[in-house]
Design a binder for this molecule. Structure first.
Ligand code: DQA
Length: 148
């Protein structure tokens, strides 16, 4: 089982970025914990962060041929702006779960719309870093069920 975790813009600042909104866990800590969680279930996990829309799109395209079976993504602010990244997911047809640390629906109106949610397998918002772990668990359950 092979999972790709994608983090969008500004998530490299986690830990120091608006901790009252996003918590104090760093991106490295989140990625390390996710890698351990995947390994405990016999899965491989790759994590990738970029502040650049095109770089994220290229990474999604690469996922088509690198064995990735499922993606967990926090698109950051691209959630609310990027038709192009949405189209990349539609194009590669790899299932994905959308994660947001904060409860975007309790925040500014411009954060209420996502270009990803209607084509995602599921969406987790507002549970902090735990949301990534819940998403990974669900992804691994799906892949394990498919493998049977
Ligand atoms: C976010 C929510 C987005 O609105 C914001 O632009 C982010 C982080 C979250 O994880 O809560 O960068 O995706």
């Amino acid at each position: 089982m092979q999972i790709l975790v994608l983090h969008g813009p500004n998530l490299n600042l986690l830990g120091t970025r608006e901790p009252q909104v996003y918590g104090s866990t760093t991106l490295e800590q989140i990625n390390d914990a996710l890698t351990a969680q995947a390994a405990a279930r016999g899965a491989r996990l790759t994590a990738f962060q970029s502040n650049h829309e095109g770089v994220l799109i290229d990474r999604v395209h690469a996922a088509r041929t690198d064995g990735t079976q499922f993606v967990v993504i926090n698109p950051g602010a691209f959630t609310h702006t990027s038709v192009a990244l949405r189209d990349a997911f539609a194009g590669v047809a790899i299932p994905f779960i959308e994660v947001h640390l904060s409860n975007v629906h309790r925040r500014e109106p411009f954060r209420h719309h996502s270009y990803f949610s209607d084509i995602a397998e599921g969406v987790i918002v507002g549970l902090g870093a735990k949301g990534y772990h819940l998403a990974l668990d669900a992804a691994l359950d799906r892949l394990a069920a498919q493998a049977q």
